[in-house]
Design a protein around this ligand. Sequence first.
Ligand SMILES: C[S@@+](CC[C@H](N)C(=O)[O-])C[C@H]1O[C@@H](n2cnc3c(N)ncnc32)[C@H](O)[C@@H]1O
Length: 238
Amino acid sequence: MSKPRLVSDAKAELALAALRPSEYTAALIQVLQAKAASVRGAKVLEIGSGSGVVLAALGELGAASLCGIDIEEDAVESGMLLLAELGHGETSELYLGDMWSPVAGRRFDLIVANLPHFPMERSDVPGRLPSWSAGGTNGRVLLDPFLEGLESHLAADGRAIITHNGFVDLDRSREILAGFGLSLGVALTTLVYIPEDKLSRMTASVLAVQDGRTIHRYGPYAFGEMRIVEIVRQGMAG
Ligand SMILES: C[S@@+](CC[C@H](N)C(=O)[O-])C[C@H]1O[C@@H](n2cnc3c(N)ncnc32)[C@H](O)[C@@H]1O
């Protein structure tokens, strides 16, 4: 017979399940591992820290300090627990807040983000919080303020490493960054599985243009191109 569980335990389990890492998270961690030399000793910030697993990976790679921001209370709580459990509690700070606001005036050596930037309106996707993936009609509702605020939070030789869907205009991101003296390079291109319940919510005009270009369908199964991009100051080696 299974042990009766507290309601709060069940709620915590649901929150943890909703924050589970995705293929985007995995690809981001893969690139961070490959760039371990830039992580060692770095003051790190993650916007949209979710479960805290990306910060945990950065801690294991030797980051000097870990700062995370998320709009969801459950994410901040889970992230703090995970980082404390892995021995990074002393060097970690997690904030409940919107985008850059909790770190106004501060600069970091490495900024990472796997932002919600799927081109769809905010809606309930089964098993996820509404704030997880939705990036508005063109996917840029959070991406643009992130790119626009980046330069003023990067240390002199700082860099950012972020996920960027192939079906969200990469040239537009390059253009925004160039306006701040930053340049963007692609560190990895990979395919991510797009479940039908998510694809059916994609902005119709985006799907119409990207189907067969950055979105590849095989019968009922669809995959989207996703890039991990690295952003540095213009003239700095990537
Ligand atoms: C795609 S998830 C990535 C989570 C985690 N970094 C990972 O890779 O597994 C996006 C995260 O951004 C958070 N988020 C959404 N809007 C935000 C905002 N305005 N400011 C900060 N975080 C936000 C969500 O709560 C979610 O945890």
